[in-house]
Every structure is written in structure tokens, then in C-alpha cells.
Design a protein around this ligand. Sequence first.
Ligand code: PEP
Length: 249
Amino acid sequence: MKKKLIVGNWKMNGSLAANAALLQALKAGWPRGRGTAAVAVAVPSAYLAQAQAELAGSDIGVAAQDVSQHEVGAYTGELSAAMLQDFGVRFALVGHSERRQYHGETDAVVAMKAQAALAKGVTPIVCVGETLAEREAGQTEQVVKRQLAAVIHQVGPCVSELVVAYEPVWAIGTGKTATPEQAQAVHAVLRAQLAAASAKADGIALLYGGSMNAGNAEQLLAQADIDGGLVGGASLKAADFLTIIAAAR
Ligand code: PEP
């Protein structure tokens, strides 16, 4: 069976003291033994060095919440893929709905970010998902396929190196989770789209994100095409995040 992948997205939360306490609690409660899921935490960029130091030698990887589509140069405030590589960052979220919504990131920009990450050996976690209005208008499939198609087109044969996260926008931070059936239905659509682009699509991790928590993770993670989770709020509480990790065995 494929190893599941659980990624915590801390968003713009934390402090040196709070991060140290959270990471130490995760390490202390780490489940040992066969079948443990792969785990990473996407920390604010200011804390990448702290997370790298705290997690050195542990089984928890460091992820970034974003990456620039540019290689180097006059892009104030941006973080390049080479910089992430410098810090041993394994994953970078790209196209999170909060980046699309508040920073105007288009499908084309998201696709370039995915490509920039791959070029430096950082695995992009490509986030796709529909808004409530789009779901109610029956456009879910069309929207997620359009978002993913832009990335598939950009990265060509590297598509098998992606991680994809389905995150319905209406479920993020709202406490409204997609039902396991709703999530699985979209995951199946994404898997088929990936299969049309790559013979290795079965090996691509498809994560669900959107109010995943200690109570609903097991059912969501039991779905055939749900290979893991992208977890926001619940990743800030060690006990909850550890319960989700345990559910992903
Ligand atoms: C997210 O930020 O990607 C997310 C899924 O958040 P939450 O789990 O809080 O809905």
C-alpha cells in the first residue's frame, strides 16, 4: 500500500516559542513503527531555519507555504526555490486558495511556481479547488481540471513528481468538510486527468484539504484516491495533528 502523506499548513501563525513547543510535542508523540505516514509542516518563511534545526534527524519534513516563479533577482519579498533548497525544504505549497484569492495568483503563475520548485528538487504541492459558488453552479470538475491542466501543461514529463491537494475553498478554515464521498469523487476526476498525462499517475499523492481534523481524518483517508491530507487549523495542535497522522497509517 502507498504511504500516506500528511502536511500541516501553519499559515501565518506561530512564534519562536510556540513553534518550538509544537515541534517538540510532535517529536515526543511521534508514532513509531511500520506504516507511519510521511509528514511535513509548512511553516511561515521566517521560521524555515528554526523548523529545519528543530526537525533535523526527525521523520518530519519542512515545507514552504509558497515559492517564487522567478529564479533570482529584483523580486522584493519573494523566496526562490534555490533558497528553499538551501534550507533542505522538501515541499512547497503552490496555488493555495489564499494565495489565489489575496495575491491574485493565476493558473499560469501557479504552474510556473510548480516548475520552479521542481527545477530545484523541491516537490510542489499543487492546490486546486472550487469556491462554493462554483460548486453550486455545477462547475467543480471544470474548475479543478482547468487549474490542474495548467500545471500539467507546464511541467510536461515531470507530472509524476507532483503532489496535488484538492482543497474545496468552501471547506478551508470553515469547519465544513467535504464528505468522504464528495472528496473521493473529485479525487477520482483528478486521478483520471493525471493518468491521461502520465503512466505513473497511480504513484502521485493526492491530498485532501479543508477542515480535516482528528474526528474526520480516518474516514476521509480511507477513500480509494485520498492519499493524505493538507491540514490547516488542526496542525497547530500537537494532539490533533498526531491523531490525524495516526489515522493515516
Ligand atoms: C489549508 O490551509 O490548506 C487548510 C486545509 O486549512 P483548514 O484545515 O484549517 O481548513
